[in-house]
Design a protein around this ligand. Structure first.
Ligand code: ADP
Ligand code: MG
Length: 267
């Protein structure tokens, strides 16, 4: 059955989408079967996987409102090597439309049950908020990957996210047990970034991935070609880091077994 991870951080522009599409492509490259779900109405992960968000027939919106199944709505991103459950602006309305529905936080989880055996990993790119959409992601997941920039305010907001995860774990989804931090857009020449990076590692230990993603312009250029950096320019430093990250992820889960690797959330 698929291991399901949300890529979440309620701040915008911190590298969630870049991490999601590159991790999806990196996992696919080492033979993992991957479904990437775009839960952000901006549809950046959809476009960044080479799928035109304006042209797709069914999106995650239809899945949440039960007008399509995941099997009907998923699209294979051929060049990227993974499947996509896309999103576009329509998804912004889902939040309001779901308010009056029953099991509104568990709609995605219910829908994913039918395709869990088709994948090794399901990755969910969350919007920059702790909204009902993000809650649907968290209710479906075993773990959360939080991309963070090593800046002074990096930890601000992490407490809210951790508290939300704890509440979801206690009340809605006992399988949600892991939080991992990934240092992204790292510039080692900046002393403060080095200090914050060291502090993160010291404080959170094995919850912080060893791999650090550098700031690299090729990663920022790739989306305009509809490709993850890993596919667009595999030799770029940023792409190599994301490849290493995907391999670290596989190792981390394999070495301890899924359950043991999913240590209780604490921060
Ligand atoms: P989010 O999904 O959290 O809003 P994005 O992944 O869209 O964040 O990243 C925000 C911006 O930063 C985008 O323009 C993206 O291309 C760029 N970016 C992300 N990661 C890197 C990186 N490692 N190096 C350079 N630019 C990056
Ligand atoms: Mg995004």
């Amino acid at each position: 059955m698929a291991r399901i991870f949300c890529i979440a951080n309620q701040k915008g522009g911190v590298g969630k989408t870049t991490t999601t599409v590159n991790l999806a492509a990196g996992l696919a490259k080492v033979g993992q079967r991957v479904l990437m779900i775009d839960l952000d109405p901006q549809g950046n992960a959809t476009m960044g996987s080479g799928i035109d968000k304006r042209q797709i027939e069914f999106t995650v919106y239809d899945v949440l409102l039960e007008s399509a199944t995941v099997a009907e709505a998923r699209i294979t991103a051929d060049e990227c090597g993974y499947d996509v459950l896309g999103a576009n602006r329509e998804l912004a309305g889902a939040e309001v439309e779901m308010v009056s529905l029953d099991r509104r936080e568990k709609r995605l989880r219910t829908a994913l049950a039918a395709v869990g055996a088709d994948y090794d990993f399901i990755l969910i790119d969350c919007p920059p908020s702790l909204s009902l959409l993000t809650l649907n992601g968290l209710c479906s997941a075993h773990g959360v990957i939080v991309p963070m920039q090593c800046e002074y305010f990096a930890l601000e907001g992490l407490t809210d996210l951790v508290n939300t995860i704890k509440q979801v774990n206690a009340n809605l989804n006992k399988n949600l047990q892991t939080i991992f931090l990934l240092r992204v857009m790292f510039d080692p020449r900046i002393t403060l970034q080095q200090q914050v990076s060291d502090q993160l590692k010291a404080h959170f230990g094995s919850k912080v991935f060893d791999t650090v993603i550098p700031r690299n312009v090729r990663l920022a250029e790739a989306p305009s070609f509809g490709l993850p950096g890993i596919v667009f320019d595999p030799a770029a430093r940023g792409s190599q880091a994301y490849s290493a990250f995907a391999q670290e992820m596989v190792r981390k889960l394999a070495s301890a077994g899924t359950e043991a690797a999913m240590t209780p959330v604490a921060a």
